[in-house]
Write a protein that binds this ligand. Structure first.
Ligand SMILES: [Fe+2]
Length: 264
C-alpha cells in the first residue's frame, strides 16, 4: 500500500500490509446511511481500523527506526501503547459490550465465538509486549527484525478476528425489534470513551487512537464521539504529553493522513 497523505509519496503507509476493514463487509457503500442495528458494527469497524493502522505503523517502521537510535525509546513506547489498547479493547468487549448484547437479544453465549478468538492471539500479544518491555529494561537489545517476526506470528489471526467480529455484530439485524439500537450504540460508545478517560487513557489511549484514525477513509469523518469543544480542549491539554510517540503515527490529530517517518 502507498501513502494516501496529501502530496503523498510512494512510501508504504498504514493501510497495509494488514488490510483495513471495509464498510462493504457490513453491506454498505461508503457514506451510505447505516441501519440502527448495524451502528455498533460500524463503530467497531472504525475502532478496529485504528488498531490495524496502529500495528501497520509499527510493522512498517520497526526496522528503519534503528537508523536513529535516539528515536527508538519513543518508538518502543508507541508500540507498547498499541498492545495495551488492544488488550483493553478486548476486556471492554468481554466484560461489558458482549454481555449487554447477549442480555438484549436474550441469547447467552451468542458472542462467545469472539471471546474464543481473543484467546487465539493472546500468546503472541504477550510475547510482543514482553519483548518490548525487555528492551526498555535492557534485558534485550532492540531488534526491529525480531519485532517484525513476532508481529507476523499473531497478526494474520488477529486480523481475521477483527473482520469476523464485524460479521457477528452484523447478525444483530435479526434482532431489530429487541432494542433501540441507535440509542444503545450511542450511549455505549459514549460510556466506553468516558471510561477510558483515566489519567493514563487521556495521555496514551485517546491520542493513540486519534492519531490512527483517518477521517477520509470511506468517508467516516471525525471520531471519537466527543463534542468538538471538549475534544479541542482534550487535545490541547493531554496530547502534548507523549507527543514524541505520535510522531510515528499515520495521521495528525485531525484525522488527516501523513507520511510515516521511517516507512522507507
Ligand atoms: Fe472489537
Amino acid at each position: 500500500m502507498v501513502s494516501t497523505a496529501e502530496g503523498g509519496t510512494k512510501r508504504a503507509w498504514a493501510d497495509g500490509p494488514f488490510e483495513l476493514i471495509s464498510i462493504s463487509s457490513l453491506g454498505y457503500e461508503p457514506g451510505e446511511k447505516i441501519q440502527p442495528y448495524h451502528l455498533m458494527a460500524a463503530e467497531m469497524i472504525i475502532v478496529h481500523n485504528c488498531l490495524i493502522r496502529g500495528i501497520n505503523s509499527v510493522y512498517l517502521q520497526c526496522v528503519n527506526v534503528e537508523r536513529s537510535p535516539a528515536d527508538v525509546p519513543a518508538f518502543v513506547d508507541y508500540a507498547i501503547a498499541w498492545s495495551q489498547i488492544l488488550q483493553r479493547h478486548h476486556t471492554t468487549e468481554e466484560k461489558w459490550v458482549f454481555p449487554e448484547i447477549e442480555a438484549i437479544i436474550g441469547e447467552k453465549g451468542a458472542m462467545d465465538v469472539n471471546i474464543q478468538q481473543h484467546h487465539a492471539f493472546e500468546r503472541g500479544i504477550d510475547e510482543y509486549t514482553m519483548y518490548l518491555q525487555d528492551t526498555k529494561t535492557g534485558k534485550e537489545r532492540y531488534d526491529g527484525a525480531k519485532l517484525k517476526t513476532i508481529i507476523d506470528s499473531f497478526m494474520p489471526v488477529l486480523r481475521r478476528h477483527l473482520q469476523e467480529e464485524i460479521y457477528t455484530l452484523k447478525a444483530l439485524d435479526q434482532y431489530e425489534e429487541k432494542a433501540d439500537w441507535a440509542k444503545w450504540t450511542k450511549d455505549t460508545a459514549a460510556a466506553v470513551v468516558k471510561a477510558s478517560q483515566t489519567a493514563e487513557g487521556m495521555i496514551i489511549e485517546l491520542p493513540f487512537m486519534v492519531h490512527n484514525h483517518e477521517a477520509a477513509f470511506e468517508m467516516v469523518g471525525t471520531w471519537p464521539p466527543i463534542p468538538s469543544v471538549v475534544f479541542f480542549i482534550l487535545k490541547w491539554v493531554y496530547f502534548r504529553r507523549n507527543s514524541k510517540w505520535w510522531h510515528f503515527a499515520p495521521c495528525d490529530n485531525s484525522g488527516k493522513a501523513r507520511d510515516l517517518p521511517y516507512a522507507l
